[in-house]
Design a protein around this ligand. Structure first.
Ligand code: PEP
Length: 248
C-alpha cells in the first residue's frame, strides 16, 4: 500500500518573514499521519521553514538545485547546502524550469542522478503541452521524458523517486485534468516504470498528479488507483491547503 504524498510548491512566493506567517497558519492542521505532507519552498526560505516545522511530521523540500557538488557555479544551490539547511526533498524538471529556464532532458537526468547521489529525495515532474495533448501523442512524449530521466537510475533509487504528472495546460490555469485523464497517464507512467524495472518497482513508486488541484477536486483525484497524492501550486499558499491534505 503506497502512502499518499501531498506537496505544496510555493514557487517564487514568500519571503522568510511571510514563511513564518504562512507556516504558523498551516502547520497544526497539516501535521497529520495519514499522508506525507511536504512544503516545497524557495531556497532562501528553507532555514526559516525548517525552524518553524521543528517537532512536526511535515517534510520540507526546495524547488531546484544544481547537480555539481560545489564550485564556480554563481547563483546555484548544491544538494549539500539544501540538506544542511534542513530540507530533504527537491523538485526536478518542473515545467516552469523546463520552459522558462530551458532545462532539457539531459540536465534533468543529471539532476536526478545527483539528487540520489547526494541524498536528496527527488520529485521528478513530467507532462505534456496542450499541443501534444490535442495531437494525441502525449503518452509517447511522457514515456520519452521518463526514459530519459531514469537513465542510469538503479531500481532502489527509482523506488525512492516521486514522479509528478503535471500536464502543462493544467498548471496555474484553473483547468484541472479530469480524474480519468489524470489516472490514465499516471497508470501509463507506472506501466513505463514496470517496463524499465519490474513490477515491484512500479508497485512501490509514488506518482502524484499536479495541475490546479484544489480543495474541491482533491478527493476525486487522490481517490484514483494510480494517483498517490498531488503537487499543488497556487492552493498551497492558502489555508485551502489544509483541506487538500485532509481530503478524506
Ligand atoms: C505546480 O506548481 O506544480 C502546480 C501544479 O501549480 P497549480 O496547482 O497552481 O496549477
Amino acid at each position: 500500500m503506497r502512502k499518499k504524498i501531498i506537496a505544496g510548491n510555493w514557487k517564487m512566493n514568500m519571503t522568510p518573514t511571510e514563511t513564518k506567517e504562512l507556516i504558523s497558519k498551516l502547520k497544526d492542521k497539516c501535521n497529520i499521519d495519514e499522508v506525507d505532507v511536504l512544503f516545497v519552498v524557495p531556497a532562501i526560505d528553507v532555514t526559516t521553514a525548517a525552524e518553524c516545522l521543528k517537532g512536526t511530521k511535515i517534510k520540507l523540500g526546495t524547488q531546484n538545485f544544481y547537480y555539481e557538488e560545489k564550485g564556480a557555479y554563481t547563483g546555484e544551490t548544491s544538494a549539500k547546502m539544501i540538506l544542511d539547511a534542513g530540507a530533504t526533498y527537491v523538485i526536478i524538471g518542473h515545467s516552469e524550469r523546463r520552459g522558462i529556464f530551458k532545462e532539457d532532458d539531459e540536465m534533468i537526468n543529471k539532476k536526478l542522478i545527483a539528487a540520489h547521489k547526494f541524498g536528496l529525495k527527488p520529485i521528478l515532474c513530467c507532462g505534456e503541452s496542450l499541443e501534444l495533448r490535442e495531437k494525441g501523442t502525449y503518452k509517447l512524449f511522457i514515456e520519452g521524458q521518463i526514459r530519459s530521466a531514469f537513465d542510469g537510475i538503479s531500481k532502489d533509487q527509482a523506488i525512492d523517486t516521486v514522479i509528478a504528472y503535471e500536464p502543462i495546460w493544467a498548471i496555474g490555469t484553473g483547468k484541472t485534468a479530469t480524474s480519468e485523464e489524470a489516472e490514465e497517464v499516471c497508470k501509463f507512467i507506472r506501466e513505463t516504470i514496470k517496463n524499465l524495472y519490474d513490477v515491484e518497482t512500479s508497485d512501490k513508486v509514488r506518482i502524484q498528479y499536479g495541475g490546479s488541484v484544489n480543495a474541491g477536486n482533491a478527493k476525486e483525484l487522490f481517490g484514483k488507483e494510480d494517483i498517490d497524492g498531488g503537487l499543488v501550486g497556487g492552493a498551497s499558499l492558502k489555508e485551502e491547503f489544509i483541506n487538500i491534505v485532509n481530503y478524506k
